[in-house]
Design a protein around this ligand. Structure first.
Ligand SMILES: [Zn+2]
Length: 253
């Protein structure tokens, strides 16, 4: 269970109560949340891949290296948005279906590599030339190691590929709010489980000050605060160690 995520509250005025539960911090730096996020993205990758392959849409693995003038991960990360913006425009012209998952990797040489699963039907030659012109390095490849220019054959291959990349740590030299994984708008979303609680409008409580305000508000409105983790009346907890900047919502990119 995530220990630094704060609380969530939802108000049920008709029932004269407010429900309280834990919030996850959803940060890749949090050991508990990291495991959950990995599982989530792995399922997400496989779900999208199985829909694409089922419809006969071709998928490819791609590796894009940082420009050799970038020496560190953070240098690579700082030029990434511009370089990817340019390359993405070119890629979009190669296909009617333009979907991708991008996973940055902290390569053993210390630099940033980008791994992708995508629908763009380009080959290694194209990716070397165009990647280079857009500001990346030239050691780019379509297909896995020793499988240059292959097509993705199975959902299981996508699972292994994504799982391997997500297991690698990005290290400490990562700019704030750098996304661990990025996806195109229509990479098929995993349908979320239809739980009763997901229909509520949850608000986040990340500090003791906010918690105090919420408790006062509930007293004023005569709402009973129910802790749905225990089913008992809610007891204030110390949120003093949680800062808002820790609460990066990695699930919505
Ligand atoms: Zn957490």
């Amino acid at each position: 269970m995530c220990k630094r995520g704060g609380l969530l509250i939802t108000y049920q005025y008709v029932e004269h109560r407010a429900l309280i539960t834990d919030a996850d911090c959803d940060s890749w730096q949090c050991p508990e949340c990291q495991e959950r996020l990995k599982d989530y993205w792995l399922l997400h990758a496989q779900h999208g891949a199985s829909l694409f392959l089922g419809r006969g849409v071709k998928l490819f693995f791609a590796t894009i290296t940082s420009h050799e003038n970038t020496r560190t991960f953070s240098q690579g990360a700082s030029i990434f948005p511009d370089a990817w913006g340019k390359l993405h425009k070119r890629l979009n012209r190669t296909s009617d279906i333009c979907e991708y998952l991008l996973i940055p990797e902290h390569h053993k040489d210390g630099r940033l590599h980008m791994h992708a699963v995508w629908t763009f039907p380009v080959d290694t030659r194209w990716l070397k030339d165009n990647g280079r012109e857009c500001g990346f390095g030239f050691m780019n490849q379509i297909g896995r190691k020793h499988h240059r220019d292959e097509c993705v054959e199975s959902v299981a291959d996508v699972g292994r590929y994504v799982s391997k990349e997500l297991s690698k740590q990005l290290g400490d030299n990562v700019p704030k709010r750098f996304h661990r994984i990025r996806r195109s708008a229509h990479w098929e979303k995993l349908p979320l489980p239809d739980s009763e609680s997901s229909a509520y409008d949850w608000q986040y409580i990340g500090s003791n000050g906010k918690q105090e305000m919420v408790i006062e508000e509930c007293q004023r409105l005569h709402l009973q605060m129910v802790d749905i983790r225990t089913g008992e009346l809610f007891d204030a907890v110390d949120l003093g160690t949680i800062t808002l900047s820790d609460h990066v919502n990695a699930m919505t990119l």
